[in-house]
Design a protein around this ligand. Structure first.
Ligand code: UDP
Length: 329
């Protein structure tokens, strides 16, 4: 039988690369696409020698052409850390809006089912906790996170419109904080920040008083949830994340314990519009997909710490964020 063909955008990124692995393991023909602004080819280097993998270096904000049939399109291309949105705000808006439109058009032309990576950020700084899919959010469109939040909200609206107007088969996953191997060490997110600081022998920087909460999901659990959602027949948004909620201060203490560092927690200014609480309500994922997270934070953090320890020392001390100056067009 001919292999099913799947296009994964953002293939060289953290989640995209794990998705490529998963679909290869399931026997699919995988076409990875990435413009490599925030992605890293090292994440998928091991796939290039395979017969059922190919890679296109392309920015999906421009017209996307893929020869041959496509069964599935998974749109995971986007900057996804607050530091990245600040540095490449226009690209962030474009990939969520124009990129999504191009891929919806491609999916329609190919008769493919399309899954988009949405985010808990569409809930903004939520006034209800945990957040069910029915909650509409509390988002500041003109704050620093607005470029990401609004692009993702537009992305959901556009995807729903293709579903209702064109009858396109679509899936929407709302991804909550996820961690694991292949996260970028210097992307500013709290987990690589804390582990990087511990490995360099620096104090761990807690933003604000550290009472804000997050709920961290291990990457393998997330990928399983996405895989099930894609193959389900449910077109409304579904939260995928781990409801095990923790304050950032407690999280810092866990990292201190895990790494055995003798450094301490220090306080830094809280970024603008930093959500005070975040925890997924995963009732829908449980009921519709029969999914729930399996990996505890203790297990997941151990694996992730081993990964960061295995990176070359240069990576650890290279604080330079990529030079994004030419990308804000
Ligand atoms: N944070 C922190 N220290 C850091 C980096 C982040 O205290 O060095 C906090 C940040 O203010 C936020 C939480 O950790 O409250 C999670 O931040 P992250 O950027 O990982 O993701 P977010 O969930 O805010 O998108």
């Amino acid at each position: 039988m001919e292999k099913k063909r799947v296009l994964i955008t953002g293939a060289a990124g953290f989640l995209g690369s794990h998705l490529c692995d998963r679909f290869i393991n399931e026997g699919y023909y995988v076409i990875g696409m990435d413009n490599l602004i925030t992605g890293d080819l090292q994440n998928i280097e091991h796939l290039f020698r395979l017969e059922n993998f190919e890679f296109y270096h392309h920015d999906v904000s421009n017209y996307v052409h893929v020869p041959g049939k496509l069964d599935y399109v998974l749109h995971f291309a986007s900057p996804a850390s607050p530091i990245d949105y600040l540095k490449i705000p226009i690209q962030t808006l474009k990939v969520g809006s124009l990129g999504t439109h191009n891929l919806l058009g491609l999916s329609k032309a190919k008769g493919a089912r399309m899954l988009i990576a949405s985010t808990s950020e569409i809930y903004g700084d939520p006034s209800v906790n945990p957040q069910p899919e029915e909650y509409w959010g509390n988002v500041n469109p003109v704050g620093p996170r607005g470029v990401y939040d609004e692009a993702k909200r537009f992305q959901e609206a556009m995807t729903m419109a293709y579903h209702t107007f064109h009858g396109l088969e679509t899936r929407i996953v709302r991804i909550f904080n996820t961690y694991g191997p292949r996260m970028r060490l210097n992307d500013g997110r709290v987990l690589p920040a804390f582990i990087g600081q511990a490995l360099r022998g620096e104090d761990l920087t807690v933003f604000g008083d550290g009472s804000q909460t997050r709920s961290f999901c291990y990457v393998d659990d997330l990928i399983e949830g996405i895989y099930r959602l894609l193959l389900s027949d449910y077109a409304q948004p579904v939260n995928i994340g781990n409801p095990d909620e923790i304050t950032i201060r407690q999280f810092g203490e866990e990292i201190i314990k895990l790494t055995g560092t003798t450094q301490k927690l220090v306080t830094k200014e809280l970024p603008v519009d930093d959500p005070k609480q975040r925890r997924p309500d995963i009732t829908k994922a449980r009921e519709i997909l029969g999914w729930e997270p399996k990996v505890s934070r203790a297990e997941g953090l151990k694996i992730t710490y081993e990964y960061f320890k295995s990176l070359p020392k240069e990576a650890l001390f290279n604080r330079e964020h990529k030079d994004f100056t030419t990308y804000n067009r």
